[in-house]
Design a protein around this ligand. Structure first.
Ligand code: SF4
Length: 267
């Protein structure tokens, strides 16, 4: 069992499988895009699976795949299948922007994925295109209906808000989700460098007092906290030592993260 120095039980591992994304959301990525990580610097699927096996042997039971956009990484279903086969995992989920979900939903389900969170900050086609710098909202709607059809459940909507859920877009997303029988989590815009974040409305993210998370970046850095610069390189230290150090050094609460970016930590 992983218990940190604040007495929190750590059971949740978020794994960023890529820094790449097929969208350019204004609050996440610069317009010109980012300098992409070299493929050799990204963890291979077998490195991710080996690490996850060790983490599960320490008490991790919940795994979420993130990015960038995890569905842009080739053969992501292969990784899902291997993680789903690790005994001890009770919850295997993925966060996606939904652009590739419709054509992939069945294979993700067949590979062993349990559920998905889908990013949707507005239901207005024009505004969606502006926020995502070119995304097609119809694909998200198709992805949601396909995910329902194949039995990925529950389906949750991640809706980023400036301040709170009473904003016009957020209220419209809430109405849409209600009609579709989906739950929504409202995520206040965060600033890693300024250390600005809030508790997720409708979820438990951002609630430091009960934080149960560790994060593995696409390059193999194990981070005890999103809003902190600390990170332990699993390739250098090995999985066990990296996990021990991350747990021992997990801060009681988040501060700021001067080096990180959401697209390679996975939020
Ligand atoms: S800021 Fe750090 S400690 Fe707080 S909820 Fe986020 S990851 Fe957990």
């Amino acid at each position: 069992m992983l218990i940190d120095s604040s007495g929190r039980k750590l059971t949740y591992l978020r794994i960023s499988v890529t820094d790449r994304c097929n969208l350019r959301c204004t609050y996440c990525m610069p317009e010109e895009g980012i300098k992409l990580l070299d493929h050799t610097g990204i963890l291979s699927y077998s490195q991710i699976v080996d690490f996850t096996k060790t983490a599960v042997s320490f008490g991790i039971t919940k795994v979420r795949l993130t990015g960038g956009e995890p569905l842009v990484r080739k053969e992501i279903s292969t990784l899902i299948r291997e993680i789903a086969n690790i005994e001890g995992i009770t919850d295997l989920s993925l966060t996606t922007n939904g652009q590739l979900l419709a054509p992939m939903a069945q294979e993700l389900k067949d590979a062993g994925l349990h559920r998905v969170n889908i990013s949707l900050d507005t239901i207005d086609k024009e505004r969606y295109m502006n926020i995502t710098r070119g995304g097609n909202i119809e694909r998200v709607f198709e992805g949601i209906s396909q995910a329902k059809k194949v039995g990925l459940s529950p389906i949750k909507i991640n809706c980023v808000v400036e301040q709170n859920s009473s904003e016009a877009d957020a209220a419209a997303v809430a109405g849409f989700a209600k009609r579709e029988g989906l739950s929504v989590r409202f995520i206040r815009m965060m600033d890693l460098k300024k250390g600005e974040f809030g508790i997720v409305d409708g979820g438990d993210g951002g609630n430091c007092a009960i934080c149960n998370r560790l994060r593995l970046t696409a390059t193999g850095i194990l981070k005890p906290c999103l809003f902190n610069d600390l990170g332990f390189d699993i390739k250098e230290l090995g999985a066990e030592t990296a996990i021990r150090l991350a747990v021992q050094n997990k801060p009681a609460k988040g501060g700021c993260n001067s080096s990180g970016n959401f697209y390679n930590i996975g939020g």
